[in-house]
Design a protein around this ligand. Structure first.
Ligand SMILES: Cc1cc2nc3c(=O)[nH]c(=O)nc-3n(C[C@H](O)[C@H](O)[C@H](O)COP(=O)(O)O)c2cc1C
Length: 310
């Protein structure tokens, strides 16, 4: 996820049991032009493997070149983004925009598969809108073009992130007797119970979890434990939670190399942390307005002092 799944967050998710993680999407055009900010997104640490590097773009040649550049980081997977709904990307014919031009999507896939030795996977949506839910056919074509696995987010481009993800067609793809590659289901897996229900009901080979992991990276541990034992783990203690945020903050600032930008980056995570603490609002506002790591550590101390006995 853009601006979310950087190295610091990936390491955190890994520590809570995520089996496979992906980088933020990286622009193929920017990689080809050697833009430093994009090249940094290709850095993969050994401790976080296996990792997929995700690239996006609309030009088959640039995507093939970008895949070659990404391959220098030795990712376990190179993933093609055919699902980003954001206007400046989709309306320009990249991301989910490729759901309006399947021949181009296939051309890109074939070009990338040919360009690299690393397994190539793809991620897309059900279709462009309600009138074009073409994923069953698209999945077959992507498989024929050589993708090693396919992730499907159960929404159309027109839905952006609204409404409930519809997994019916994800199940249809999985149960299509022509399909043999692993199918990864994605969209709104927000609890261990839902993870089990959807795995059982739709038969997918794996679940991908995005937004529910923000502020709750232990969801991977919760789900795994539930799948193995049928029991729900208690939520982390406040102490574990605070320690986690402290570490994430330090690693993020360290990774970004700038205190202010690191804190800005952390706000998305902090904004959804410590849910359910009574009368937390004033401290939350302080936390989200804080501009120094030192102040944030003091706020975390106060959280422990105030709520430690709950
Ligand atoms: C802030 C944000 C950034 C995202 N960036 C990406 C991205 O770079 N690549 C991608 O494939 N999907 C991206 N997504 C979509 C998620 O990966 C996922 O498909 C979607 O949020 C639905 O799954 P979820 O309900 O588990 O979040 C992003 C979503 C959000 C909210």
């Amino acid at each position: 996820m853009e601006d979310v799944t950087d190295v610091a967050f990936r390491l955190l998710c890994k520590s809570y049991g995520a089996d496979l993680m992906y980088t933020e999407f990286v622009s193929s055009d920017a990689l080809v032009r050697n833009i430093e900010k994009s090249k940094r997104k290709l850095i993969v640490l050994d401790e976080e493997r296996p990792v997929g590097i995700q690239i996006y773009g609309k030009h088959p040649d640039a995507m093939a070149d970008a895949a070659r550049i990404a391959e220098e980081s030795n990712p376990e997977i190179i993933d093609l983004n055919f699902g980003c709904p954001v206007k400046k990307i989709a309306k320009k014919g990249a991301g989910a925009g490729l759901l309006l031009d399947i021949p181009k999507m296939i051309e890109i896939t074939e070009a990338v598969v040919k360009a690299v030795k690393t397994p190539v996977t793809a991620k897309t949506r059900l279709g462009w809108d309600d009138n074009s839910k073409i994923i069953v056919d698209v999945a077959e074509r992507l498989q024929d073009a050589g993708v090693a696995a396919l992730t499907i987010h159960g929404r159309t481009r027109a839905q952006m992130y609204q409404g409930e993800a519809d997994w019916t067609l994800i199940g249809e793809v999985k149960n299509n007797s022509r399909m043999y590659i692993p199918i990864i289901g994605n969209g709104d897996i927000s609890s261990p119970e839902k993870a089990k229900k959807y795995l059982d009901r739709y038969g997918v080979d794996a679940l991908m979890i995005g937004r529910p992991s923000i502020g709750r990276p232990w969801i991977f541990r919760e789900i795994k434990h539930y799948l193995e034992s049928g029991e729900l783990l208690p939520i982390p203690t406040l102490e574990e939670h605070v320690n986690m945020i402290r570490n994430q903050l330090v690693q993020t600032v360290d990774w970004i190399g700038d205190e202010r930008r690191g804190i800005l980056h952390m706000r998305r995570h902090m904004a959804v942390s410590f849910k359910g603490l009574p009368n937390f609002r004033p401290l939350k506002i302080k936390m989200l307005r804080s501009e120094s790591v030192e102040d944030l550590h003091k706020i975390f101390d106060t959280i422990i002092e105030t709520y430690g006995d709950i």
